[in-house]
Design a protein around this ligand. Structure first.
Ligand code: ATP
Ligand code: MG
Length: 415
Protein backbone atom coordinates (compact mmCIF):
# COMPACT_ATOMS: atom_id res chain seq x y z
CA UNK A 1 0.00 0.00 0.00
CA UNK A 2 1.33 3.44 -0.70
CA UNK A 3 0.62 7.13 -0.39
CA UNK A 4 -0.12 9.35 -3.34
CA UNK A 5 1.79 12.57 -2.79
CA UNK A 6 0.61 15.92 -4.19
CA UNK A 7 3.08 15.79 -7.09
CA UNK A 8 1.16 12.81 -8.49
CA UNK A 9 -2.36 13.43 -7.27
CA UNK A 10 -3.06 15.63 -10.28
CA UNK A 11 -2.46 12.63 -12.57
CA UNK A 12 -5.06 10.63 -10.63
CA UNK A 13 -7.53 13.50 -10.70
CA UNK A 14 -7.15 14.10 -14.42
CA UNK A 15 -7.36 10.36 -15.17
CA UNK A 16 -10.51 9.97 -13.11
CA UNK A 17 -12.06 13.06 -14.68
CA UNK A 18 -11.45 11.81 -18.24
CA UNK A 19 -12.72 8.31 -17.53
CA UNK A 20 -15.80 9.33 -15.59
CA UNK A 21 -16.56 12.00 -18.20
CA UNK A 22 -16.60 9.30 -20.88
CA UNK A 23 -18.78 7.01 -18.79
CA UNK A 24 -21.25 9.83 -18.47
CA UNK A 25 -21.09 10.50 -22.20
CA UNK A 26 -22.15 6.90 -22.86
CA UNK A 27 -24.97 7.08 -20.29
CA UNK A 28 -23.53 4.97 -17.48
CA UNK A 29 -24.46 5.75 -13.87
CA UNK A 30 -22.31 5.58 -10.79
CA UNK A 31 -22.99 3.14 -7.95
CA UNK A 32 -21.18 3.18 -4.58
CA UNK A 33 -20.91 0.25 -2.20
CA UNK A 34 -19.00 -0.47 1.01
CA UNK A 35 -15.32 -1.37 1.32
CA UNK A 36 -16.28 -4.30 3.55
CA UNK A 37 -18.57 -7.20 2.75
CA UNK A 38 -19.30 -10.53 4.37
CA UNK A 39 -16.58 -12.95 3.27
CA UNK A 40 -19.26 -15.40 2.15
CA UNK A 41 -20.25 -13.04 -0.69
CA UNK A 42 -16.82 -13.28 -2.28
CA UNK A 43 -16.63 -17.04 -1.79
CA UNK A 44 -19.89 -17.57 -3.59
CA UNK A 45 -19.58 -14.84 -6.24
CA UNK A 46 -15.90 -15.12 -7.16
CA UNK A 47 -15.44 -18.86 -6.68
CA UNK A 48 -13.44 -20.94 -4.20
CA UNK A 49 -10.77 -22.02 -6.65
CA UNK A 50 -9.42 -18.61 -7.60
CA UNK A 51 -6.28 -16.73 -6.60
CA UNK A 52 -8.40 -14.01 -5.06
CA UNK A 53 -10.41 -16.23 -2.73
CA UNK A 54 -7.72 -18.84 -2.06
CA UNK A 55 -4.95 -16.52 -1.02
CA UNK A 56 -5.49 -12.84 -1.66
CA UNK A 57 -8.27 -11.58 0.57
CA UNK A 58 -7.86 -9.46 3.69
CA UNK A 59 -10.26 -11.40 5.86
CA UNK A 60 -10.97 -10.99 9.57
CA UNK A 61 -13.79 -11.36 12.05
CA UNK A 62 -15.76 -8.48 13.49
CA UNK A 63 -16.78 -8.14 17.14
CA UNK A 64 -19.61 -10.65 16.67
CA UNK A 65 -17.34 -13.21 15.00
CA UNK A 66 -18.76 -12.62 11.54
CA UNK A 67 -16.13 -13.13 8.85
CA UNK A 68 -15.75 -9.98 6.76
CA UNK A 69 -13.33 -9.05 4.00
CA UNK A 70 -12.05 -5.91 2.38
CA UNK A 71 -13.42 -5.93 -1.15
CA UNK A 72 -10.91 -7.47 -3.59
CA UNK A 73 -12.96 -6.44 -6.66
CA UNK A 74 -16.24 -4.76 -7.46
CA UNK A 75 -18.40 -7.18 -9.42
CA UNK A 76 -19.58 -9.27 -6.46
CA UNK A 77 -20.60 -6.18 -4.49
CA UNK A 78 -22.32 -4.60 -7.51
CA UNK A 79 -24.41 -7.73 -8.03
CA UNK A 80 -25.30 -7.85 -4.34
CA UNK A 81 -26.18 -4.14 -4.38
CA UNK A 82 -28.38 -4.24 -7.49
CA UNK A 83 -30.27 -7.22 -6.07
CA UNK A 84 -30.71 -5.73 -2.59
CA UNK A 85 -31.86 -2.41 -4.03
CA UNK A 86 -34.11 -3.91 -6.69
CA UNK A 87 -32.26 -2.12 -9.47
CA UNK A 88 -32.47 -4.83 -12.12
CA UNK A 89 -36.02 -5.88 -11.53
CA UNK A 90 -37.36 -5.83 -15.10
CA UNK A 91 -35.00 -3.06 -16.18
CA UNK A 92 -31.48 -2.98 -17.56
CA UNK A 93 -28.72 -1.02 -15.86
CA UNK A 94 -25.43 0.44 -17.06
CA UNK A 95 -23.37 1.10 -13.94
CA UNK A 96 -19.84 2.10 -12.97
CA UNK A 97 -17.91 2.25 -9.71
CA UNK A 98 -14.54 3.58 -8.69
CA UNK A 99 -12.35 3.13 -5.66
CA UNK A 100 -9.80 1.09 -3.77
CA UNK A 101 -9.62 -2.72 -3.82
CA UNK A 102 -7.52 -4.88 -1.51
CA UNK A 103 -5.61 -8.06 -2.30
CA UNK A 104 -2.86 -9.71 -0.29
CA UNK A 105 -0.47 -10.12 -3.21
CA UNK A 106 3.27 -10.14 -3.48
CA UNK A 107 3.91 -6.42 -4.00
CA UNK A 108 5.82 -5.63 -7.18
CA UNK A 109 5.67 -3.19 -10.08
CA UNK A 110 2.01 -2.91 -11.08
CA UNK A 111 0.83 -5.10 -8.21
CA UNK A 112 -0.14 -3.47 -4.93
CA UNK A 113 -2.10 -4.59 -1.92
CA UNK A 114 -4.37 -1.58 -2.10
CA UNK A 115 -5.04 -0.56 -5.67
CA UNK A 116 -7.75 1.40 -7.44
CA UNK A 117 -10.14 0.27 -10.10
CA UNK A 118 -12.79 1.88 -12.20
CA UNK A 119 -15.21 -0.81 -13.23
CA UNK A 120 -18.33 -1.04 -15.35
CA UNK A 121 -21.16 -3.55 -14.96
CA UNK A 122 -24.03 -3.78 -17.43
CA UNK A 123 -27.13 -5.83 -16.62
CA UNK A 124 -29.97 -6.98 -18.84
CA UNK A 125 -28.46 -7.05 -22.32
CA UNK A 126 -27.79 -10.57 -23.64
CA UNK A 127 -26.35 -9.65 -27.05
CA UNK A 128 -22.86 -8.70 -28.16
CA UNK A 129 -23.89 -5.02 -28.53
CA UNK A 130 -23.31 -4.39 -24.82
CA UNK A 131 -19.89 -6.07 -24.94
CA UNK A 132 -19.07 -4.06 -28.04
CA UNK A 133 -20.03 -0.78 -26.40
CA UNK A 134 -17.64 -1.48 -23.53
CA UNK A 135 -14.81 -2.00 -26.00
CA UNK A 136 -15.67 1.05 -28.11
CA UNK A 137 -15.77 3.14 -24.96
CA UNK A 138 -12.44 1.85 -23.64
CA UNK A 139 -10.89 2.33 -27.09
CA UNK A 140 -12.02 5.95 -27.09
CA UNK A 141 -10.63 6.27 -23.57
CA UNK A 142 -7.10 5.26 -24.61
CA UNK A 143 -7.27 7.92 -27.31
CA UNK A 144 -8.37 10.59 -24.85
CA UNK A 145 -5.72 9.54 -22.34
CA UNK A 146 -3.02 9.63 -25.03
CA UNK A 147 -2.11 5.96 -24.57
CA UNK A 148 -1.31 4.36 -27.90
CA UNK A 149 0.76 1.27 -27.17
CA UNK A 150 -2.18 -0.86 -26.05
CA UNK A 151 -3.75 -3.85 -27.78
CA UNK A 152 -7.06 -5.63 -27.39
CA UNK A 153 -7.09 -9.41 -26.96
CA UNK A 154 -10.40 -11.21 -27.28
CA UNK A 155 -11.70 -14.71 -26.75
CA UNK A 156 -14.95 -16.53 -26.25
CA UNK A 157 -15.41 -18.97 -23.39
CA UNK A 158 -18.75 -20.03 -24.85
CA UNK A 159 -21.79 -21.06 -22.86
CA UNK A 160 -21.67 -23.30 -19.80
CA UNK A 161 -22.38 -26.29 -22.07
CA UNK A 162 -19.47 -25.43 -24.40
CA UNK A 163 -17.15 -25.04 -21.44
CA UNK A 164 -18.28 -28.38 -20.00
CA UNK A 165 -17.11 -30.30 -23.06
CA UNK A 166 -13.93 -28.22 -23.32
CA UNK A 167 -13.15 -28.81 -19.63
CA UNK A 168 -13.27 -32.57 -20.09
CA UNK A 169 -10.90 -32.44 -23.06
CA UNK A 170 -8.61 -30.04 -21.25
CA UNK A 171 -8.39 -32.24 -18.16
CA UNK A 172 -7.58 -35.26 -20.33
CA UNK A 173 -4.90 -33.29 -22.15
CA UNK A 174 -3.19 -31.94 -19.04
CA UNK A 175 -3.36 -35.37 -17.37
CA UNK A 176 -0.99 -36.55 -20.10
CA UNK A 177 1.47 -33.80 -19.09
CA UNK A 178 1.40 -34.05 -15.31
CA UNK A 179 5.22 -34.02 -15.22
CA UNK A 180 5.37 -30.38 -16.36
CA UNK A 181 2.51 -29.07 -14.21
CA UNK A 182 3.42 -27.15 -11.06
CA UNK A 183 1.69 -27.81 -7.73
CA UNK A 184 -0.89 -25.08 -8.21
CA UNK A 185 -1.79 -26.39 -11.66
CA UNK A 186 -2.15 -29.95 -10.36
CA UNK A 187 -4.42 -28.72 -7.57
CA UNK A 188 -6.62 -26.86 -10.00
CA UNK A 189 -6.65 -29.44 -12.75
CA UNK A 190 -9.98 -30.95 -11.75
CA UNK A 191 -11.66 -27.99 -10.12
CA UNK A 192 -10.78 -25.18 -12.56
CA UNK A 193 -8.80 -26.52 -15.53
CA UNK A 194 -9.31 -23.39 -17.64
CA UNK A 195 -7.20 -21.49 -15.15
CA UNK A 196 -4.18 -23.56 -16.14
CA UNK A 197 -4.17 -21.66 -19.44
CA UNK A 198 -3.63 -18.47 -17.45
CA UNK A 199 -0.54 -19.77 -15.62
CA UNK A 200 2.44 -17.43 -15.52
CA UNK A 201 4.89 -20.32 -15.03
CA UNK A 202 7.38 -20.27 -17.97
CA UNK A 203 7.98 -24.03 -17.66
CA UNK A 204 4.37 -24.67 -18.58
CA UNK A 205 4.35 -22.32 -21.56
CA UNK A 206 4.91 -24.95 -24.26
CA UNK A 207 2.35 -27.39 -22.95
CA UNK A 208 -0.22 -24.59 -22.64
CA UNK A 209 0.50 -23.46 -26.18
CA UNK A 210 -0.20 -26.95 -27.54
CA UNK A 211 -3.39 -27.42 -25.50
CA UNK A 212 -6.74 -27.95 -27.26
CA UNK A 213 -8.43 -24.69 -28.26
CA UNK A 214 -11.83 -23.54 -26.99
CA UNK A 215 -12.59 -22.53 -30.59
CA UNK A 216 -13.28 -26.17 -31.43
CA UNK A 217 -15.88 -26.48 -28.67
CA UNK A 218 -18.00 -23.38 -29.22
CA UNK A 219 -21.63 -23.98 -30.17
CA UNK A 220 -22.99 -22.20 -33.26
CA UNK A 221 -24.77 -19.77 -30.97
CA UNK A 222 -21.64 -18.90 -28.99
CA UNK A 223 -19.67 -18.56 -32.20
CA UNK A 224 -22.32 -16.22 -33.66
CA UNK A 225 -22.27 -14.07 -30.49
CA UNK A 226 -18.51 -13.74 -30.79
CA UNK A 227 -18.57 -13.13 -34.56
CA UNK A 228 -21.09 -10.33 -34.15
CA UNK A 229 -18.86 -8.65 -31.57
CA UNK A 230 -15.93 -8.86 -33.99
CA UNK A 231 -18.09 -7.46 -36.81
CA UNK A 232 -19.01 -4.39 -34.73
CA UNK A 233 -15.36 -3.81 -33.83
CA UNK A 234 -14.42 -4.11 -37.51
CA UNK A 235 -17.12 -1.63 -38.53
CA UNK A 236 -15.93 0.84 -35.89
CA UNK A 237 -12.27 0.29 -36.81
CA UNK A 238 -11.18 -0.98 -33.41
CA UNK A 239 -8.30 -3.41 -33.95
CA UNK A 240 -8.13 -6.63 -31.89
CA UNK A 241 -6.36 -9.97 -31.72
CA UNK A 242 -8.08 -13.25 -30.98
CA UNK A 243 -6.22 -15.09 -28.22
CA UNK A 244 -7.65 -18.56 -27.63
CA UNK A 245 -5.65 -18.95 -24.39
CA UNK A 246 -7.25 -15.90 -22.81
CA UNK A 247 -9.32 -16.87 -19.78
CA UNK A 248 -10.26 -14.69 -16.84
CA UNK A 249 -9.02 -15.20 -13.31
CA UNK A 250 -12.50 -15.19 -11.87
CA UNK A 251 -14.90 -18.07 -12.30
CA UNK A 252 -18.09 -16.44 -13.43
CA UNK A 253 -17.23 -15.50 -17.01
CA UNK A 254 -18.89 -16.85 -20.15
CA UNK A 255 -18.92 -15.90 -23.84
CA UNK A 256 -16.82 -12.86 -24.68
CA UNK A 257 -13.79 -12.10 -22.55
CA UNK A 258 -11.14 -9.49 -23.23
CA UNK A 259 -8.05 -7.73 -22.00
CA UNK A 260 -6.41 -4.47 -22.98
CA UNK A 261 -2.67 -5.02 -22.66
CA UNK A 262 0.37 -2.76 -22.98
CA UNK A 263 3.98 -3.87 -23.39
CA UNK A 264 5.21 -0.68 -21.73
CA UNK A 265 4.85 -1.91 -18.14
CA UNK A 266 6.72 -5.20 -18.15
CA UNK A 267 5.00 -8.32 -16.83
CA UNK A 268 2.00 -6.53 -15.28
CA UNK A 269 0.73 -5.15 -18.58
CA UNK A 270 -3.03 -5.75 -18.35
CA UNK A 271 -4.68 -2.35 -18.00
CA UNK A 272 -8.29 -3.41 -18.29
CA UNK A 273 -9.97 -6.79 -18.24
CA UNK A 274 -13.49 -8.03 -18.44
CA UNK A 275 -16.14 -10.06 -20.13
CA UNK A 276 -19.60 -11.47 -19.94
CA UNK A 277 -20.93 -13.18 -16.81
CA UNK A 278 -24.48 -14.25 -17.60
CA UNK A 279 -24.70 -16.82 -14.79
CA UNK A 280 -23.68 -14.71 -11.79
CA UNK A 281 -26.88 -12.84 -10.98
CA UNK A 282 -28.89 -16.04 -10.80
CA UNK A 283 -26.14 -17.71 -8.75
CA UNK A 284 -26.50 -14.86 -6.27
CA UNK A 285 -30.25 -15.38 -5.92
CA UNK A 286 -31.61 -13.06 -8.60
CA UNK A 287 -33.65 -13.79 -11.70
CA UNK A 288 -31.50 -14.98 -14.63
CA UNK A 289 -29.98 -11.71 -15.93
CA UNK A 290 -27.34 -11.38 -18.61
CA UNK A 291 -24.40 -9.21 -17.57
CA UNK A 292 -21.13 -7.94 -18.89
CA UNK A 293 -18.43 -5.64 -17.57
CA UNK A 294 -14.80 -4.78 -17.03
CA UNK A 295 -12.43 -3.41 -14.43
CA UNK A 296 -9.39 -1.33 -15.12
CA UNK A 297 -6.46 -0.79 -12.83
CA UNK A 298 -5.80 2.89 -12.26
CA UNK A 299 -2.44 2.33 -10.54
CA UNK A 300 -1.02 0.82 -13.71
CA UNK A 301 -2.45 3.61 -15.84
CA UNK A 302 -0.91 6.27 -13.60
CA UNK A 303 2.40 4.43 -13.70
CA UNK A 304 2.28 4.35 -17.49
CA UNK A 305 1.37 8.04 -17.78
CA UNK A 306 4.15 9.04 -15.37
CA UNK A 307 6.83 6.65 -16.74
CA UNK A 308 6.21 7.67 -20.35
CA UNK A 309 5.65 11.33 -19.43
CA UNK A 310 2.44 11.33 -21.41
CA UNK A 311 1.06 14.35 -19.57
CA UNK A 312 2.50 17.66 -18.43
CA UNK A 313 1.33 19.23 -15.19
CA UNK A 314 -0.67 22.43 -15.65
CA UNK A 315 0.51 25.47 -13.68
CA UNK A 316 -1.05 25.19 -10.25
CA UNK A 317 -1.23 28.85 -9.30
CA UNK A 318 -2.45 31.82 -11.30
CA UNK A 319 -1.81 34.59 -8.83
CA UNK A 320 0.40 34.92 -5.74
CA UNK A 321 -0.11 37.83 -3.37
CA UNK A 322 3.05 39.31 -1.87
CA UNK A 323 2.79 41.92 0.91
CA UNK A 324 5.01 44.08 3.05
CA UNK A 325 4.76 43.77 6.82
CA UNK A 326 4.03 47.51 7.10
CA UNK A 327 0.71 46.88 5.34
CA UNK A 328 -2.20 45.82 7.58
CA UNK A 329 -2.72 42.10 7.04
CA UNK A 330 -6.49 42.35 7.49
CA UNK A 331 -6.63 44.60 4.44
CA UNK A 332 -4.49 42.18 2.43
CA UNK A 333 -6.77 39.28 3.32
CA UNK A 334 -9.88 41.30 2.59
CA UNK A 335 -8.45 42.19 -0.81
CA UNK A 336 -7.69 38.52 -1.57
CA UNK A 337 -11.26 37.56 -0.66
CA UNK A 338 -12.55 40.34 -2.93
CA UNK A 339 -10.53 38.97 -5.85
CA UNK A 340 -11.81 35.46 -5.11
CA UNK A 341 -15.36 36.84 -5.25
CA UNK A 342 -14.77 38.65 -8.53
CA UNK A 343 -12.59 36.01 -10.23
CA UNK A 344 -13.75 32.66 -8.82
CA UNK A 345 -12.06 30.66 -11.57
CA UNK A 346 -8.49 31.72 -10.85
CA UNK A 347 -6.19 30.11 -8.31
CA UNK A 348 -4.99 32.72 -5.87
CA UNK A 349 -2.50 32.14 -3.08
CA UNK A 350 -1.63 34.71 -0.47
CA UNK A 351 1.64 34.46 1.42
CA UNK A 352 0.42 33.54 4.88
CA UNK A 353 3.14 35.00 7.05
CA UNK A 354 5.35 38.08 7.31
CA UNK A 355 8.47 37.59 5.20
CA UNK A 356 10.92 39.50 3.05
CA UNK A 357 9.86 40.22 -0.55
CA UNK A 358 12.75 38.02 -1.66
CA UNK A 359 11.50 34.97 0.12
CA UNK A 360 7.89 35.64 -0.89
CA UNK A 361 8.89 35.87 -4.55
CA UNK A 362 10.77 32.60 -4.21
CA UNK A 363 7.58 30.97 -2.95
CA UNK A 364 5.61 32.52 -5.82
CA UNK A 365 8.11 31.05 -8.28
CA UNK A 366 7.95 27.66 -6.64
CA UNK A 367 4.16 27.72 -6.82
CA UNK A 368 4.45 28.31 -10.56
CA UNK A 369 2.53 31.60 -10.31
CA UNK A 370 1.74 33.45 -13.52
CA UNK A 371 1.43 36.82 -11.76
CA UNK A 372 2.24 38.33 -8.39
CA UNK A 373 0.23 41.13 -6.87
CA UNK A 374 2.44 43.30 -4.69
CA UNK A 375 1.15 45.31 -1.75
CA UNK A 376 3.66 47.66 -0.13
CA UNK A 377 3.33 51.03 1.64
CA UNK A 378 3.62 52.87 -1.68
CA UNK A 379 0.74 50.93 -3.21
CA UNK A 380 -1.39 51.45 -0.10
CA UNK A 381 -0.76 55.21 -0.21
CA UNK A 382 -1.83 55.41 -3.83
CA UNK A 383 -4.66 52.84 -3.46
CA UNK A 384 -3.05 50.85 -6.28
CA UNK A 385 -1.72 47.30 -6.68
CA UNK A 386 1.53 46.38 -8.43
CA UNK A 387 1.23 43.54 -10.90
CA UNK A 388 4.30 41.56 -11.95
CA UNK A 389 4.34 38.90 -14.65
CA UNK A 390 6.37 35.96 -13.34
CA UNK A 391 6.71 33.90 -16.52
CA UNK A 392 6.90 36.53 -19.24
CA UNK A 393 9.72 38.95 -18.38
CA UNK A 394 8.77 41.23 -21.29
CA UNK A 395 5.58 42.37 -19.59
CA UNK A 396 6.61 45.39 -17.48
CA UNK A 397 5.58 45.62 -13.85
CA UNK A 398 2.73 48.12 -13.50
CA UNK A 399 0.63 49.76 -10.82
CA UNK A 400 -3.11 49.41 -11.43
CA UNK A 401 -6.34 50.24 -9.68
CA UNK A 402 -8.33 47.33 -8.26
CA UNK A 403 -10.77 47.39 -11.20
CA UNK A 404 -7.89 47.42 -13.69
CA UNK A 405 -6.25 44.47 -11.90
CA UNK A 406 -9.47 42.52 -12.29
CA UNK A 407 -9.72 43.39 -16.00
CA UNK A 408 -6.03 42.65 -16.55
CA UNK A 409 -6.21 39.23 -14.89
CA UNK A 410 -9.42 38.40 -16.69
CA UNK A 411 -7.79 39.22 -20.01
CA UNK A 412 -4.47 37.51 -19.25
CA UNK A 413 -5.87 34.36 -17.68
CA UNK A 414 -8.65 33.94 -20.20
CA UNK A 415 -11.58 34.31 -17.82
P1 ATP B 1 -3.61 -10.92 -12.75
O1 ATP B 1 -3.82 -12.17 -13.52
O2 ATP B 1 -2.59 -9.97 -13.34
O3 ATP B 1 -3.42 -11.13 -11.29
P2 ATP B 1 -6.37 -10.39 -12.27
O4 ATP B 1 -7.10 -11.38 -13.09
O5 ATP B 1 -6.17 -10.68 -10.84
O6 ATP B 1 -4.98 -10.08 -12.94
P3 ATP B 1 -8.59 -8.56 -12.37
O7 ATP B 1 -9.17 -9.11 -11.14
O8 ATP B 1 -9.24 -8.85 -13.65
O9 ATP B 1 -7.04 -8.95 -12.46
O10 ATP B 1 -8.45 -6.98 -12.21
C1 ATP B 1 -8.62 -6.07 -13.29
C2 ATP B 1 -7.47 -5.10 -13.37
O11 ATP B 1 -7.19 -4.53 -12.11
C3 ATP B 1 -6.15 -5.72 -13.78
O12 ATP B 1 -6.08 -5.86 -15.16
C4 ATP B 1 -5.16 -4.71 -13.27
O13 ATP B 1 -5.05 -3.61 -14.14
C5 ATP B 1 -5.80 -4.28 -11.98
N1 ATP B 1 -5.23 -5.03 -10.84
C6 ATP B 1 -5.58 -6.25 -10.39
N2 ATP B 1 -4.85 -6.59 -9.31
C7 ATP B 1 -4.03 -5.54 -9.06
C8 ATP B 1 -3.05 -5.24 -8.07
N3 ATP B 1 -2.78 -6.10 -7.09
N4 ATP B 1 -2.37 -4.07 -8.13
C9 ATP B 1 -2.65 -3.18 -9.12
N5 ATP B 1 -3.58 -3.37 -10.07
C10 ATP B 1 -4.26 -4.54 -10.05
MG1 MG C 1 -4.55 -11.32 -9.68
Amino acid sequence: MYDVTPDQVWVWQKLEAIVTGLLQQYGYQEIRFPLLEKTALFHSAIGEVTDVVEKEMFTFTDRKDVSISLRPEGTASTVRAVLENGLIFNEPQKLWYSGPMFRYEKPQKGRNRQFSQIGVEVFGYPGPEADAELLLMTHRMWQQLGIDNVRLELNSLGSAACRESYRTVLIEYFEQHLDVLDEEAKNRLHSNPLRLLDSKNPDMKAVIKAAPSIADYLSDESQAHFNQLCAILDACEVPYEINRRLVRGLDYYSHNVFEWITDDLGAQGTLCAGGRYDALVEMQGGKPTPATGFAMGLDRLVELIVDKQLWQADAQTDVYVVWDKQVAVDQVMALCEQIRNDLPEITLMMHLTEASFKSQFKKADKAGAQFTLILGPDEMDKQLISVKAMQDRNVPQQQLSYQDVVSFLTQQLGQ
